[in-house]
Design a protein around this ligand. Structure first.
Ligand code: F0G
Length: 358
């Protein structure tokens, strides 16, 4: 029988704080592909790999942390979990909670999350509330509720989330045989940036790798508190997943940047969409806009001369393009793509396709 990947808690049981008493709530997350991206290597001269986290069960990297957070919540006797979300955390919390037979309550900013993510949370039976505020308001309230009511918080301020997410770094080191020279991630709350740094630090301490990668994180220009060094009151970007003005893991991420000789940069929405097109049209990987910022960040740093030739670079692309597909249906000038309509006629279709009869 073929080997089946057993989810990150079972695969990395010896490296996570779980025991025989921990009920393992899993949908088979992790084990995602690390894809060599020839088109990006050609553009930069580096050896570029894409860690495609859209291949997780709910279509984002959040599942790695959620299997841990919900398993630990159930172990602690929780009957309900709560989170604030720009969409992916809520989709993941809803799926893992319902799989475990408990309730998920999710708070999302009204009108500001992608349709696919909203549909996922509802499909998985979450109590979804659209809050008349932004993500940062939602997180304040979720923390407040978890402090004062019988609900278990599963945002990344819960360390179990970071612990689960660090397993992605283990997978990269296993596949490459060492840590890369650079690792690039999108940054919202900076939880994933923190998690990769922790995972790579543990690999180094165990002697599985010879170095820490330089950790590069990118925020959208209209939503770049870490880059600016202050809270952004009304964050704005088309990359709704990372529309966050007051990142929960700000201090941890700043410390990780120092130790890894890393970098935080800001990227315009225009450049995000350009990178989105490059990744889907040249590499064959479809992601949501927030994920494309990793590609945009690579191209920007490469143009700035900061990525030496032949460096090994891993980009994490965090969420699947099917969650928020509308961006693929826009042309570079912002107009709608209109697929050509043809009659039921082979000769005419061949003509439109530019095919010449053999
Ligand atoms: N990419 C995607 C697709 C995301 O959904 C998020 C965060 C990030 C990147 C940033 O990760 O917050 O660890 O720095 N989404 C959260 C959510 C906020 O609610 O789904 P981070």
């Amino acid at each position: 029988m073929a080997n089946q990947w057993r989810g990150v808690l079972r695969e990395y049981a010896d490296r996570l704080d779980i025991s025989d008493a921990t009920p393992i709530v899993t949908l088979g997350e992790g084990g995602t592909p690390l894809i060599p991206a020839a088109a990006l290597s050609a553009r930069t001269g580096a050896r570029v790999y894409v860690k495609f986290e859209g291949m997780n069960p709910t279509g984002s990297f959040k599942d790695r942390g959620m299997t841990m957070a919900v398993s630990k919540a159930v172990e602690a006797g929780a009957k309900a979990v709560i989170c604030a979300s720009t969409g992916n955390t809520s989709a993941s919390a809803a799926a893992y909670a319902t799989h475990a037979g408990i309730t998920a309550a999710v708070l999302v900013p009204e009108g500001k999350i992608a349709m696919g993510k909203l549909a996922q949370a509802i499909a998985h039976n979450a109590q979804l509330l659209q809050v008349q505020g932004n993500f940062d308001d939602c997180l304040d309230i979720a923390r407040d509720l978890a402090n004062n009511y019988p609900v278990h918080l599963v945002n990344s301020v819960n360390n179990d989330r970071i612990e689960g997410q660090k397993t992605a770094a283990f997978e990269v080191v296993e596949v490459l045989g060492d840590a890369p020279d650079f690792h690039i991630v999108p940054v919202g709350n900076a939880g994933n940036y923190t998690a990769y740094f922790r995972g790579y630090s543990e690999e180094l301490a165990r002697g599985e790798s010879t170095k820490l990668p330089r950790m590069f994180g990118f925020q959208a220009t209209g939503s770049a508190p870490i880059v600016l060094g202050h809270v952004v009151k009304d964050p704005d970007t088309i990359a709704s997943a990372i529309r966050i003005g007051n990142p929960a893991s700000w201090e941890l991420a700043t410390a990780a940047r120092e130790v890894s000789d890393g970098y935080f940069g800001a990227i315009s929405d225009e450049k995000i969409l350009e990178a989105h097109r490059i990744l889907s049209a040249e590499v064959g990987i479809f992601v949501e806009p927030a994920s494309a910022i990793s590609v945009a960040g690579l191209l920007e740093r490469s143009e700035a001369g900061m990525i030496p030739r032949d460096s090994v670079v891993v980009l994490t692309v965090t969420g699947h393009g099917l969650k928020d597909p509308q961006w693929a249906l826009r042309t570079a000038d912002g107009s709608d793509v209109k697929p050509t309509i043809v009659p039921v006629d082979t000769a005419q279709i061949a003509d439109v396709l530019g095919l010449i009869r053999t």
